[in-house]
Write a protein that binds this ligand. Structure first.
Ligand SMILES: [Zn+2]
Length: 178
């Protein structure tokens, strides 16, 4: 994967985790490649000061950026200087992937453990216990519930996503032969 694609993925990650304004601010800092004062960021991002301050704090909280404080030589005010947290970024990304991997593993475990029933009309899903309680009739529309035949496909897809992520993170666990 090219560097440009990696950077685009990083922008998307910021947008998804925070919002579009955060992505714009992150982009300004990334493209500038060096430390910027809060005022430079406000000017370059063309966002309001309150918005920039809000997203900078969120970006710092999630480990995407870091700052240092310095007193302005003439005005005497404290000024915040911000930059990309280059050293910390890889671990931010890996920890996001680990969180996703955990979610997928939980999903897979629940898919494997539970037989679901679906409504053929509206696609809602019910566990066996729920289906039993509703007498195998959709509580929404009254259609007869049917065993979920897409389950195998979903399990297969989840396994594929999990192995892609595991290979990516390099956290593949030793599998015990069954
Ligand atoms: Zn239904």
């Amino acid at each position: 994967m090219s560097d440009a694609q990696e950077v685009q993925k990083l922008y998307l990650l910021v947008e998804r985790l925070i919002d579009r304004d955060a992505m714009k601010v992150f982009k300004v800092l990334y493209e500038e490649g060096e430390e910027l004062s809060e005022y430079d960021i406000i000017e370059k991002s063309e966002l309001r000061g309150s918005v920039v301050r809000r997203v900078l704090n969120l970006l710092a909280e999630k480990g995407f950026v870091i700052y240092r404080k310095q007193r302005h030589p003439e005005k005497g005010r404290i000024i915040f200087y911000w930059r990309i947290n280059y050293e910390g970024l890889p671990s931010v990304i890996v920890s996001r992937k680990r969180a996703t991997l955990e979610k997928l593993r939980t999903l897979l475990a629940s898919e494997e453990e539970t037989q679901y029933f679906v409504c053929p009309l509206d696609g809602t899903r019910y566990t066996f216990d729920e289906a039993l309680e509703y007498e195998f009739t959709c509580p929404r529309c009254g259609s007869p519930l049917q065993p979920d035949e897409d389950r195998e496909l979903r399990i297969e897809l989840l396994r594929q996503y999990i192995s892609i992520l595991e290979a990516d993170i390099g956290a593949r666990r030793r599998t015990v032969p069954r």
